[in-house]
Design a protein around this ligand. Structure first.
Ligand code: PMP
Length: 356
């Protein structure tokens, strides 16, 4: 009888809770406004002929690389950062190799790593999700072949110092260091300029968050050119579809849209943080487009009461160190008015401040 590889059999099925997602989407850290109208127009203009052709990635890939200040052979367009993670795992991991992650973090590092049969070593973050620099350094072995770090991190919004990441890359030359900068636009610090200089460093970016193109599926993985040559061998030649390729140059060109949206989301993030502080709820200062807060035993009724008001928020209770926590996306100013008013009502209903 046909059976899947052992590593695949041992994998849990990952189900992002996407079913019946109607309401204000404060649950997936997406752009909550919708993409730039210039991008939407471009999408409408795509010809029937263009859709009949296999997509040719090269030209747009070179444009995106140039936008990032990299050469074309240092960047690969991917089907979201998810695919970039998958490709790194396929390129570098042998069964029984070790992958270092710091928990809590983005779920896909572990999932793609385990698919290869590699062993995932989860280093717990410190108090208040402080990045455990010494423990990560101490966890490196000669079998460490991938270290995956989201900066800023999801679901916490916390960050790691760039100089530590550079030291880490040098301390583990036998390992690929993936710095996942999915939330770069809300943070501003990057290791993109160090690509090439440090040959085991990879930086991933996405068009899913600030650019509002999660549905199109487009990201980019950058790394030193001879390493990227290997990663390219693993990727499908048509991994990024024609609609995404047509839209990306327009998305990059509409800086006015991006700057405005990012500024609004950052302002909303500050309002959320101040709201939690005022209501005496534990939260973690975030550098991404969301805030994680601890609701304790009120978590389930809070998520449900928000859903009844048409607002989706994400229960993160199952993540390491996140007992009782909910993650809420920071969107536009108007959405934040509605969100904060609704939260205030729900807090009153649930007696937040009285029960704790
Ligand atoms: N990395 C991190 C840290 C994320 O939070 C997410 C999305 N939740 C992704 C990658 C996935 O991005 P993409 O849509 O580009 O696959």
């Amino acid at each position: 009888m046909l059976s899947a590889r052992k590593a695949v059999q041992a994998l849990p099925t990952y189900h992002p809770p996407l079913a019946s997602r109607t309401g204000l989407r404060m649950d997936f850290n997406e752009n909550t406004l919708g993409c730039s109208s210039r991008v939407a127009e471009k999408l409408h203009e795509i010809s029937r002929d263009a859709l009949a052709c296999y997509p040719e990635r090269g030209t747009v890939e070179a444009q995106v690389a140039a936008f990032l200040g990299r050469n074309a052979d240092e960047a690969l367009l991917t089907n979201g950062v998810d695919e970039g993670i998958h490709l790194l795992c396929e390129t570098y991991l042998e069964p029984a190799d070790e992958v270092l992650i710091v928990v809590p973090t983005f779920a896909m590092y572990e999932i793609y790593a385990r698919m290869t049969g590699a062993r995932v070593i989860s280093v717990p973050s410190g108090k208040d999700f402080a990045f455990p620099e010494n423990a990560v350094m101490a966890a490196i072995t000669e079998r460490t072949r991938l270290i995956a770090i989201a900066n800023p991190n999801n679901p916490t919004g916390t960050v790691v110092a760039s100089d530590f990441l550079l030291r880490l890359a040098k301390a583990a030359p036998q390992a690929a260091l993936l710095v996942d900068e999915a939330y770069f636009d809300f943070y501003g610090e990057t290791l993109m300029p160090q690509i090439g200089e440090i040959t085991n460093l990879f930086v991933a970016r996405t068009f899913s968050k600030a650019y509002g193109l999660a549905g199109l599926r487009a990201g980019v993985l950058a790394g030193e050119s001879s390493q990227m040559k290997m990663v390219r061998r693993v990727s499908s030649p048509y991994n990024v579809n024609a609609a995404a390729l047509a839209c990306l140059p327009e998305a990059l060109a509409d800086t006015e849209y991006l700057v405005r949206y990012v500024a609004e989301a950052i302002a909303s993030r500050g309002r959320l943080e101040r709201f939690f502080k005022k209501n005496d709820l534990a939260y973690w200062p975030s550098r991404a487009n969301f805030v994680l807060a601890r609701f304790g035993e009120l978590r389930v009724p809070f998520v449900e009461a928000m859903r009844q008001r048409g607002i989706l928020v994400r229960d993160r209770n199952g993540d390491y160190g996140c007992e009782g926590c909910v993650r809420i996306t920071a969107g536009t100013a108007t959405q934040t008015d509605f969100l904060l008013n609704s939260m205030q009502e729900v807090f009153r209903e649930l007696g937040v401040g009285e029960l704790r």
